[in-house]
Each structure stands twice: as structure tokens, then as C-alpha cells.
Design a protein around this ligand. Structure first.
Ligand SMILES: NC(=O)c1ccc[n+]([C@@H]2O[C@H](COP(=O)([O-])OP(=O)(O)OC[C@H]3O[C@@H](n4cnc5c(N)ncnc54)[C@H](OP(=O)(O)O)[C@@H]3O)[C@@H](O)[C@H]2O)c1
Length: 336
């Protein structure tokens, strides 16, 4: 087996700030701890939480790498004790709590999954963060069932494009909101029955009109703030609101009357802060329920653009611009 190098190139956050604070640096190749594998990274997704980490608003959880990057795909190059499922040479993708913007990344064995059949490393590196998040929030917390209606806010985002496809694949009727007609068209092409340009239409009115006032069974929301009372207005009897982002702010007011009258559930969660045991259990659920859909080509990550690792700042600029549809990916080992 070829010797592993001692050092690698990684992208550091020099200090909190704009995309320019992302700098290539030489770092030691991580040592996988018990229960971990070391992965030679080929690609990794860029996610909105990475932007928040760069701004200093989302510090890595205790024990996690300070290098950004929450998902990777590549080849296992070493296996520590307690990671017996995997062998050197296995090609996997993994959910990690940091460290993905690098040539090598340690990953808990339980959070690794085989690269789905038919996907290359770029596509596989764009899977874990959004597919895990959507599974646990829409299907576990939101209990979305076939035939029910789901409203996805930010339908053209990484999370949104995943939620639309998975909900359709499980037989739900999907409504989505997005900030332009082109993004609405992208949502429809992924399977949304109704796409609402929130800049020109009131989503509450459209939901009322399109559902004969019955409303939505589940709402997946990344905005919060002023959307909260409007989401409550859109929920059907027994409706579930699942909050996973707060891009419009964390504070709001709630008239509890509608929660009682319509027997609503308000829930939400974050993924990154969960323990390895919780993430491992989620990985098994995703492998059972979602992996066959990915391998069969029934759902796929939507790739907006691929940047070489050295252009992480440009990748962040693209994500921050909000012009993208789907996922932005960093490719490792390709010079820009
Ligand atoms: N809880 C969790 O476990 C978890 C995990 C991953 C991500 N998230 C959250 O999910 C959200 C989406 O993540 P992502 O990686 O899919 O992001 P993304 O691809 O960058 O998508 C974000 C999109 O949201 C829309 N948007 C709506 N309101 C906005 C506002 N006030 N400011 C900026 N953009 C706004 C924009 O599209 P339009 O043009 O359509 O407005 C934007 O392109 C983020 O809030 C992220 O923090 C949560």
C-alpha cells in the first residue's frame, strides 16, 4: 500500500468574514480515531451552514475539525479499530461534522455509505447533507405520507431540490416556493405540482386556492421570522411545520389558538450537533429507504456548478449570490 503523505492541502477560515477569508493551507493529514476511517477526498458539497461558519455564526461542535465541509465522497485509505464494515479501497460518501474542504478527511465509519450505483464522486459528494437532513425532518419528524401535501420553501436550494424529489418519490404532492420564475420552472421539472414565485405571488393565497382551502399537511421551512404565522395559516388539520433554517430570523409571534383548533405540530432540528450514534442510526435509515432510489436513478442530486478546491471562495460567492439551483460542489485534485 502506498505511504500516506504527512501533510495535505485544506481550506481554512482565516478569520470570520467574506469569501476571501477562505485560504488554502498546509495541514497534517488527520489520524482516524477509533471507529473512524480516513478518506482521500475526491469531492465535497458546499452548504449554506458552511457560509454561516465562515461568517463566525456557526462554530464547529466540540471535537469537530475547524476546516469547513460537511459532506465528502472519495476512497478509504485507512481503517481504524472499530470500523470493520469498511476496507481500504472502498468508495464511499460520508456525512462529517467538518473537515470536508481538504484532500483527506476522517469520518466516523457509521456515517459512511457506499457511493450509490451510477453516481460519480461529484454527485455522491453532494448527497449526504441534504438527503440526511430531508429524510430526518420531512419523513421522520414531519411524518409525510403518500398522498399528503408538502410545501417546500426555497424549492431551488440544495435542501429544496432534494425535498421535492424525495417527497414525489414517496407519493406526496409537492408545492414549492422560489425567488424567480426560472427557479419555479426548475422546481416543476423536479416534480413540484405547484411552484410559487414568492416575489410576485402570496404563497398563503396560492395554497388556499390550489387546495380548496384545505391547506398543507407538512411544511419544510428554511426562512422562519415573518414566514412563521403565514406557514401556520397554510397548515391543514393535523398539519406539521418543520423548521430547519432561520434565514428570515429566529423570532416570531404565535397565536396558539390555531395550534389547538387544527391540532398542529411545530417541530424542527439541526443535523450537525447530533451525536455519532444518532447520525449513524440516521445513516442506516437513509441507506434502507433512500439509497435504492439513488441507485435506481429515481432521485439524484441536482448539481449547479463544480469548482476546484482551490476556488472555494468562488464557490461560496456563487452560493451566497442565491443564483444557483441545487448544489455547488468542490472537486479535489483538479487545478482551477
Ligand atoms: N437544520 C438542518 O439540519 C439543516 C441542514 C442543512 C441546511 N439547513 C438549512 O437549510 C437552508 C438551505 O440550505 P442549502 O444549503 O440548501 O442552501 P442554498 O442552496 O444556499 O439555498 C438557500 C436559498 O434559500 C432562498 N432564500 C429564501 N429566503 C432567503 C433569505 N432570507 N436569505 C437568503 N436566501 C433565502 C434563496 O433562494 P430564492 O431565490 O428562492 O429565495 C437561496 O438560494 C439553510 O437555511 C440552511 O441553514 C438546515
Amino acid at each position: 500500500m502506498p505511504q500516506l503523505p504527512k501533510t495535505m492541502t485544506a481550506i481554512e477560515i482565516e478569520r470570520p468574514g467574506g469569501p476571501e477569508v477562505l485560504r488554502a493551507a498546509e495541514r497534517p493529514v488527520p489520524e482516524p480515531g477509533p471507529g473512524e476511517v480516513l478518506v482521500r477526498v475526491e469531492a465535497g458539497g458546499v452548504n449554506r451552514p458552511d457560509l454561516m461558519q465562515r461568517l463566525g455564526k456557526y462554530p464547529p461542535p466540540p471535537g469537530a475539525s475547524d476546516i469547513p465541509g460537511l459532506e465528502i465522497a472519495g476512497t478509504i485509505v485507512s481503517v481504524a479499530d472499530g470500523a470493520s464494515r469498511w476496507r481500504v479501497g472502498d468508495r464511499i460518501c460520508a456525512l462529517v461534522s467538518g473537515g470536508g474542504y481538504a484532500e483527506y478527511c476522517a469520518a466516523p465509519a457509521s456515517q459512511c455509505l457506499p457511493i450509490p450505483e451510477g453516481l460519480n464522486a461529484i454527485a455522491a459528494g453532494a448527497v449526504p447533507e441534504t438527503f440526511f437532513t430531508v429524510w430526518t425532518n420531512v419523513f421522520e419528524r414531519g411524518r409525510l405520507a403518500a398522498g399528503e401535501r408538502l410545501l417546500v420553501h426555497g424549492g431551488a436550494s440544495g435542501i429544496g431540490t432534494t425535498a421535492i424529489q424525495l417527497a414525489r418519490a414517496f407519493g406526496a404532492i409537492v408545492f414549492a416556493t422560489a425567488g424567480s420564475d426560472d427557479k419555479c420552472e426548475a422546481c416543476r421539472s423536479l416534480g413540484a405540482a405547484v411552484a410559487i414565485n414568492y416575489r410576485t405571488q402570496d404563497f398563503v393565497e396560492v395554497v388556499r386556492a390550489e387546495t380548496s382551502a384545505a391547506g398543507m399537511d407538512v411544511i419544510l421551512d428554511i426562512v422562519g421570522g415573518s414566514y412563521f404565522p403565514r406557514n401556520i395559516d397554510c397548515l391543514a388539520m393535523h398539519g406539521r411545520l418543520v423548521q430547519i433554517g432561520l434565514m428570515g430570523g429566529p423570532k416570531t409571534e404565535l397565536n396558539l389558538r390555531s395550534v389547538l383548533d387544527r391540532r398542529l405540530t411545530i417541530t424542527g432540528s439541526t443535523l450537525r450537533a447530533r451525536s455519532v450514534a444518532e447520525k449513524g442510526a440516521l445513516a442506516r435509515e437513509v441507506e434502507t429507504h433512500v439509497w435504492p432510489l439513488l441507485s435506481g436513478g429515481r432521485v439524484a442530486p441536482v448539481i449547479d456548478r463544480v469548482f476546484p478546491l482551490s476556488q472555494a471562495a468562488a464557490a461560496h460567492q456563487r452560493l451566497e449570490s442565491g443564483e444557483h439551483v441545487g448544489k455547488i460542489v468542490l472537486e479535489v485534485g483538479r487545478e482551477g
